[in-house]
Design a binder for this molecule. Structure first.
Ligand code: AMP
Length: 285
């Protein structure tokens, strides 16, 4: 695996690969890698000739300074894992390399409705920061395929929109959520949970499964209430949202709605376990 720290050097190297006609697959990450990240690397290795991963904890997408400061960094282990998965290239830039004009400069991305709900509503500025960094990374890497995880369901939709806005010829490939044996979605933030919190954290997946099982029987509002109860009974201290939405548009279903069958829906949850904010989702039907 070749490690690049400079954007220009990486772009020059990739231009040579592109001249050979090889497709480039790109897996952007913030590091503290787990099997969820590595499943995306494997998908890229299967489909794209050359796999580029990046590790960059992007300051502009954190609306909470303490979350940024406490974000786990495990670079030496990450490099070992990426190497053993056969990753061709790792981009490991500094903040100055990604934001040579400073982090404040950037355009406003028109994300419309997507930015007004769920993660957009609870983390002001978050998706603008995500778009800012991914735009810069796409300019540098210019991949043919961009591999993203369904774990961040709304982020996948935002980044598909970004690719459209930028009119870039990038295929967005979405990988399934990889879970621990007890159902907890793998996340770098899980490293911040104490052993007791880690055990209780599985309730977020159980609350979504409860929605899946009862979706035909109860109105949306009742499902939300019961899912919230599951979280609070298991020591989640704050529920940001439990929502049921149309999977294709993320239009939120109103509390009074009783769901008709066979419609692609997704249940989404965000809640705090102590200081750690966890998100998860489950596609229904
Ligand atoms: P992150 O490092 O959290 O920014 O995530 C980098 C990429 O890995 C994003 O596309 C995430 O959606 C994806 N990802 C994170 N956790 C998982 C998981 N448990 N399963 C599949 N993909 C994941």
């Amino acid at each position: 695996m070749i490690i690049f720290k400079e954007a220009n050097a990486l772009a020059r190297h990739l231009a040579g690969i592109r001249r050979n006609g090889d497709h480039i697959g790109f897996v952007p990450t913030m590091g503290a890698l787990h099997q969820g990240h590595l499943s995306l690397i494997r998908q890229s290795r299967n489909r794209s000739a050359v796999t580029v991963a990046s590790i960059f904890v992007n300051p502009t997408q954190f609306n909470d300074l303490s979350d940024f400061e406490k974000y786990p960094v495990t670079t030496a282990t990450d490099i070992r894992l990426l190497t053993s998965e056969g990753t061709d290239i790792l981009f490991l830039p500094s903040v100055a390399e990604i934001y040579p004009g400073g982090t404040k400069q950037g355009r406003d991305y028109d994300l419309g409705y997507l930015e007004t709900i769920l993660e957009g509503a609870h983390r002001p500025g978050h998706f603008q920061g995500v778009c800012q960094v991914v735009h810069r990374l796409l300019d540098i890497v210019a991949p043919d395929q961009l591999y993203l995880g369904q774990k961040d369901f709304q982020q996948c939709m935002v980044l598909k929109r970004l690719v459209q806005l930028l009119e870039m010829p990038v295929e967005v490939v979405i990988g399934e959520t990889v879970r621990e044996a007890d159902g907890l979605a793998m996340s770098s933030r899980n490293l911040r949970l104490s052993p007791g919190e880690r055990r209780n954290a599985t309730a977020i997946y159980r609350s979504l499964q409860m929605i899946e099982q009862s979706i035909d029987d109860l109105p949306v509002g009742e499902l939300q209430k019961r899912a919230s109860q599951v979280l609070l009974e298991n020591n989640f201290n704050k529920v940001d949202y439990i929502a049921i939405a149309e999977a294709e548009t993320l239009r939120l279903l109103p509390p009074g709605e009783v769901v008709e069958k066979k419609r692609p829906l997704v249940a989404l949850a965000a809640a705090f376990m102590g200081e750690v904010r966890l998100i998860d989702n489950l596609v229904l039907n």
